[in-house]
Design a protein around this ligand. Structure first.
Ligand code: FAD
Length: 461
């Protein structure tokens, strides 16, 4: 399938994150001319393997760090590109929790969990998930199916996950424990996320049976796409305005050095995250509901701080390297497990804590991080060599980590996030039921490419 006007691309893809890359790759496979305009000087968007600032070839992930056996599109592309994936940890490995000053293992049958009722004590965090959340996952159904959701489910959009599990019988202590490391990391917090939205995305991913990572860094996935789209991707191109005419779209962009340029195409696939889209002008204007989504759908703030250490002193047999805390430093990860003896202890903070840490000058924030992390691992004070910070809220091409629906927003917004506007189609994890997951990004790119191909086919008859 080629354009009737062979000199211009048939499809202009906006953004070279996983969604834009998968859309462009699929279109090209079917012989459709495509150009990808990307603001950064690299592919991958919110996949970023950080290497600068670490010793001995060490690296850490700023964005996606792992994926599971329940993410078929990620696995399919990894196989198609012959990428080496490795099991991140056995599912039997244990996590640590640091609550009310106590360091606990989720596999210690004798652990005493602060705040849990007597009948919840033996359950631990995983048992609480099985009891209060898991039974509902089988009942959620497919948010993308016609007629979804049922009346019973609709009511769950009005309440938060915290209210939902409370209605299932969870004690306040159980609500807090369920938030740590899951809802407080994958969104804006257990009290701020729509229960219906959370159940919908969880039902896509759970139960999972294996957790993987890309050997050598997650960037290998976007780089594999980019190698196959060398001639199609234009880096350093900041899209400023999108104009639609009856038979074409015109994309106005600025190239580094502020040179104004524009290109025409038959269709566009826009993968730019909603908070960034807010500042792009559209002619005709976006429908009011899309504009409202751009303005109001929350993009969880995320700050990740990586402290390089002399040794991996937190390691223990069968330990995942993940410690979920109730401190402002939130979740601690062993962020590097490659060759050498040095380690990287990471703090992953979201929401209000991320805004606070992000507002501090980097050197002050690093010092506060080390002090906070030292409460959990006192040895850090002797072991820390220095650090690196990634603040996703401050990243002008992301403006946050991932979309999260607050109570009442999911049923209003979700039906519109992926709806095309004239010749503009949308992709990106924020247009899928899996915001914050590579599976959401990749599958949305494939979907949008399919939508455009269908229109091209029908316009040829
Ligand atoms: C902190 C963090 C942790 C994560 N952890 C995981 C994980 O463990 N597992 C997992 O599966 N997923 C994870 N994710 C999610 C995963 O990274 C995303 O789902 C995926 O990368 C999103 O891809 P995308 O193409 O939809 O969006 P993006 O990657 O954001 O791509 C959009 C692209 O558009 C470009 N752009 C923006 N504005 C403009 C403009 N004006 N003009 C031109 N280009 C523009 C951007 O530079 C970017 O390249 C994580 C994300 C974050 C932030």
């Amino acid at each position: 399938m080629t354009s009737p006007k062979a000199s211009r691309p048939v499809v202009a893809v906006l953004g070279a994150g996983l969604a834009g890359l998968s859309a462009a790759y699929e279109l090209r496979k079917n012989g459709i001319q495509v150009v990808v305009l990307e603001a950064r000087t690299r592919p991958g968007g919110r996949i970023e393997t950080l290497r600068a600032g670490f010793a001995e070839g060490m690296y850490a992930e700023a964005g996606a760090m792992n994926f599971s056996d329940t993410e078929p599109t990620v696995l399919r592309y990894a196989a198609e590109f012959n990428l080496s994936i490795q099991n991140k940890r056995p599912l039997t490995a244990f996590h640590r929790y640091f609550i009310d000053g106590h360091l606990l293992s989720d596999q210690d049958p004798d652990a005493h969990w602060p705040g849990l009722r007597k009948d919840e004590q033996k359950l631990g965090p995983d048992g609480l998930f099985q009891k209060y959340i898991f039974p509902m996952l089988a009942k959620v159904g497919d948010p993308d199916a016609p007629g979804w959701p049922s009346k019973e489910l609709r009511e769950l959009d009005a309440i938060s996950v915290a209210e939902f599990v409370t209605r299932q019988g969870a004690s306040p202590g159980a609500v807090r424990l369920l938030g740590l490391g899951l809802f407080d990391e994958d969104g804006d917090g257990i009290s701020r996320t729509s229960a219906l939205f959370a159940l919908a995305w969880l039902s896509r991913l759970f139960p999972l049976h294996a957790v993987y990572t890309m050997a050598g860094g997650m960037e290998s996935l976007p780089l594999a796409f980019a190698r196959r789209l060398r001639k199609q991707i234009e880096y350093g191109c900041v899209v400023r305005r999108v104009e639609q005419q009856r038979d074409r779209v015109r994309i106005h962009y600025e190239r580094s050095g502020r040179q104004a340029r524009s290109i025409e195409a038959d269709y566009s696939i826009c993968t730019i995250p909603f908070p960034v889209l807010r500042d792009i002008s559209f002619d005709p204007a976006l429908p009011p509901i899309k504009q409202k989504i751009c303005n109001e759908l929350l993009n969880t703030s995320v700050v990740r701080t990586y402290i390089q250490t002399k040794t991996r002193f937190w390691a223990a047999p069968n330990f995942t390297g993940q410690t979920y805390t109730d401190l402002p430093v939130m979740n601690l990860y062993s962020a590097y497990d490659g060759p050498g003896s040095r380690g990287i202890l990471e703090s992953y903070v979201t929401s209000k804590e991320a805004l606070k840490f992000g507002a501090e000058p980097e050197s002050v924030a690093l010092q506060k991080m080390i002090e906070g992390m030292t409460q959990v691992y006192p040895q850090l004070i002797e072991e820390a060599e220095g650090g690196v910070r990634k603040d996703w809220q401050a990243d002008p091409w992301a403006r946050g980590g991932y979309a999260d629906y607050q109570p009442g927003q999911f049923l209003e917004f979700y039906p519109h996030v992926a709806k095309p506007d004239g010749r503009i189609h949308y992709a990106g994890d924020h247009t899928s039921i899996l915001p914050g997951w590579m599976e959401g990004a990749l599958s949305s790119g494939v979907r949008a490419a399919g939508e455009v191909e269908k229109r091209l086919r029908s316009s040829q008859h």
